[in-house]
Structure formats: structure tokens, C-alpha cells
Design a protein. Structure first.
Length: 217
């Protein structure tokens, strides 16, 4: 009986609307192979926005790492899982502008996360206003966000994937926070206080939600 309940729970979000968005995403990925696991609109935007002189920081290595490497001057990616780190190292070996830092879980773990404080503290290794683009897509996004903002250059963009899982907005994505939900996480409140005057574009394709914040000049 427990197994049946678990299966029902697992497929509860498979509504006709979700299946439509999933199929749409499938065809997009076929025409845009090896693209980042971001909302479609965000991928298309970044493809046109990024410049070959940009320096980028990515929390959470992935297929996106090679995609960014083809478009920017340098990308530094922070990863916490050795197996995934080795896989992405192999995928990006031919690119000389990629640096992947492995920060494995240690003794001082963040409660409820799969990473240690060393992972979050990696932002301290970089000088303020070093990066033109920062992608917040790792395992401790609310912890990384506030700490990483000072690293962004004026006019740069801060990208938060699955934004609508952390902040309440109207969304087409199953499992997202209600637009009327109250933000209780103090880190999210602090982040929003820092960026509330920034220009924001949020892309929502029914599968992924990706917010892009533009730091004022």
C-alpha cells in the first residue's frame, strides 16, 4: 500500500498542462542540444546577451558549463559532487577557459543541504566586481546569493534558476510557491532587499523558472 501511495505522489503533477510543457521542452532540447537546464526564454536571452569578453561564475557545474565556455572569455564553476565534477571535467577538457572547483561535503555541513560551509565560502576567493555573469544553480542557492552579489560588476547579470521554488510569484510550474505565500527565509528576505530596485526578468516555461537580475550601473 505504501508503494502505491508513493507512486501516486510521484506522478501527481503530471497534468495535461504539465505534459504539454514537458513535450514542448523535449522538442526545444532536440533543436538546442546540450543547452543549459534553464527556462527556454533564459537560454535564448543568454545566447544573445553573453559576450566573448565576459567572465562568469557558475554555482553548480553541468552541461551548461561547456555551453557557456563556447560564449564567454572564462567560466569558473563550483561543484560539490566528485562523480559529476569528473564527468563535467571530461566534457569541458577541450576548452581552455574553464575552471571547475570541487568543494566536497566536509564536517561543517549546512543543515538540510548536501554541501558544507566551505562550498558557500568559496565566494570569498574572488574580488568584488569580478564577474559579468553569475549563475546561482547549486545546492545552497539562498546561502550563496547574498554572498555572491558583491562579486558582480555594475551592469552585470545575476541568474537564479528555479527562482519560483524560492520566491512567490504567479507560475505555471507545478510545485512552485503560491503567489500569496509568505517569504520566511531570512536569506531570501535579505537578497530581495538588496535587489528589489534592480531590473528583473523572470522566464517560466512550465518546467523551469529562471530569474535574471540586472545590476545597475
Amino acid at each position: 500500500m505504501l508503494g502505491s501511495s508513493w507512486k501516486l505522489k510521484e506522478v501527481s503533477h503530471w497534468t495535461p498542462r504539465y505534459l504539454f510543457h514537458r513535450l514542448n521542452r523535449h522538442f526545444f532540447e532536440r533543436s538546442h542540444p546540450r543547452s543549459p537546464n534553464l527556462a527556454k526564454g533564459a537560454i535564448l536571452f543568454l545566447d544573445g546577451w553573453l559576450k566573448d569578453t565576459d567572465i562568469c561564475l557558475e554555482y553548480g557545474a553541468g552541461h551548461s558549463t561547456a555551453w557557456f565556455a563556447q560564449r564567454v572569455e572564462k567560466i569558473i564553476s563550483i561543484e560539490n559532487r566528485r562523480g559529476w565534477y569528473e564527468k563535467i571535467q571530461g566534457e569541458t577538457a577541450k576548452y581552455h577557459n574553464v575552471q571547475i572547483c570541487l568543494i566536497e561535503p566536509g564536517r561543517d555541513m549546512i543543515a538540510g543541504r548536501e554541501v558544507s560551509w566551505d562550498y558557500v565560502s568559496q565566494v570569498n576567493e574572488f574580488a568584488p566586481e569580478t564577474f559579468d555573469f553569475i549563475l546561482n544553480d547549486g545546492w545552497a542557492r539562498s546561502y550563496v546569493a547574498v554572498r555572491a552579489l558583491p562579486l558582480l560588476k555594475k551592469g552585470g547579470i545575476f541568474c537564479w534558476d528555479d527562482w519560483l521554488e524560492a520566491f512567490p510569484e504567479v507560475s505555471r510550474i507545478s510545485g512552485s510557491l503560491s503567489a500569496k505565500a509568505e517569504v520566511k527565509d531570512p536569506r531570501m528576505k535579505e537578497f530581495w532587499t538588496l535587489v528589489k530596485e534592480w531590473r528583473l526578468v523572470c522566464f517560466d516555461d512550465g518546467i523551469h523558472s529562471t530569474a535574471i537580475f540586472f545590476k545597475p550601473f
